[in-house]
Design a protein around this ligand. Structure first.
Ligand code: NAI
Length: 333
């Protein structure tokens, strides 16, 4: 059995991993801690670590892991912006991920955020529980006939685009690697920003996409634009977003991810003082809906993540080729 330190573990992870780990020859040491330079020591005696989106796999953490004999890091997610790949390569730590588990789960969550905001069901929910059946202030917007801009038309973005087409929306798309023939109108990012009633982000976070929706981008957007982000928080300049929500330029925002989410997401901080005023102010707006990075959280996706992660590790320890290894090349980012 190969021992793996499983960081940032939650009960729903265990449900799916427990069933598969023994068959893959793995003994999982579940740890509630996030992986950081300080907690890396907990992986002592383990041959690998299993990490998630907000774990820190920078050079310091990776060095400590390597010193303790850790040979691989299996990410149980698609994005790997939290890993210093150059350092991992230098230190001999191989990195694996789950490139595609259930694109539908993320795409459907983006649709859930969008429909909640266009039909204000989040506000109706709280009202009717108070026996307030007034419709004042709940006027919504149809998606049919609207221009929906999809940034990144990989697995998730394409699913989202298909659903939007089903709604009768006109889909504008931007991707440096377009998928011609999918019935989408590919345009430059600038044009997408100018023409879209709804903008949904589905591209990875890289140095090139950091703050791709910058303060300048907000100037070019349509008044009342609806923004949906289920990708990574730092794709949007959060302070610029807040200012544009306050000014009314942004009609609504559905955020499953947030730039500074690592300190609070996945934790119950309800009894603590939250010092992040940008997040505090975003959360206080009626037209901003925040979910705590849960777009992946469906039974189907959790099962697929556990299957792919245990298979990545099984193959690595068996000396087989791991197709889901993350290399320094930006392929499939
Ligand atoms: P994917 O790799 O299939 O597609 C990403 C697409 O983005 C590719 O077509 C790529 O060409 C494109 N792209 C790269 N650079 C771009 C740029 N500068 N501008 C526009 N497009 C660009 O990835 P997938 O599976 O569709 O996932 C998309 C993102 O969703 C992931 O990168 C991840 O950050 C996020 N995600 C979020 C989850 C959540 O729970 N909220 C769960 C899973 C993924």
């Amino acid at each position: 059995m190969e021992k793996i330190a499983f960081f940032d573990a939650r009960s729903y992870d265990r449900t799916y991993f427990d069933a598969l780990a023994p068959k893959a020859g793995l003994e999982l040491l579940y740890l509630e801690n996030k992986l950081t330079p300080q907690t890396a020591v907990l992986a002592g005696g383990c041959a690998g670590v299993c990490a998630f989106v907000n774990d820190e796999l920078g050079v310091e953490t990776l060095s400590r892991l390597a010193e303790q004999g850790v040979r691989c890091a299996a990410l149980r997610c698609a994005g790997y912006n939290n890993v210093d790949l150059a350092a991992a390569q230098r230190l001999g730590i191989r990195v694996f991920r789950v490139p595609a588990y259930s694109p539908a789960s993320v795409a459907e969550h983006a649709v859930a955020l969008l429909l909640t905001l266009t039909r204000q069901t989040h506000r109706a929910f709280t009202r009717t529980r108070e026996r307030n059946f007034s419709l004042e202030g709940l006027v919504g917007t149809d998606l049919e006939g609207k221009s929906v801009g999809v940034v990144g038309t990989g697995r998730v973005g394409m699913k989202f685009a298909q659903i939007m087409r089903g709604f009768g929306a006109h889909v504008l798309a931007y991707d440096p690697v377009p998928q011609w023939g999918a019935g989408l109108e590919y345009v430059r990012l600038d044009e997408l920003i100018r023409r879209s009633d709804v903008i949904s982000l589905h591209c990875p976070l890289t140095p090139a996409t950091f703050h791709m929706l910058s303060r300048a981008s907000f100037h070019r957007m349509r008044p009342g634009v609806i923004l949906i982000n289920t990708s990574r928080g730092a794709l949007i300049d959060s302070e610029a977003l807040l200012d544009n929500v306050k000014s009314g330029k942004v009609g609504a925002a559905g955020l499953d991810v947030y730039e500074e989410e690592a300190d609070v997401f996945y934790e119950d901080v309800s009894s603590k003082v939250m010092r992040d005023d940008t997040l505090n102010l975003l959360l206080s707006q009626p037209n901003v809906l925040v979910t705590g990075h849960q777009a992946f959280l469906t039974r189907e996706a959790l099962k697929a993540i556990a299957e792919a992660t245990t298979e990545n590790l099984r193959k690595f320890f068996a000396g087989e080729r791991v197709e889901n290894e993350v290399s320094l090349e930006p392929a499939g980012v």
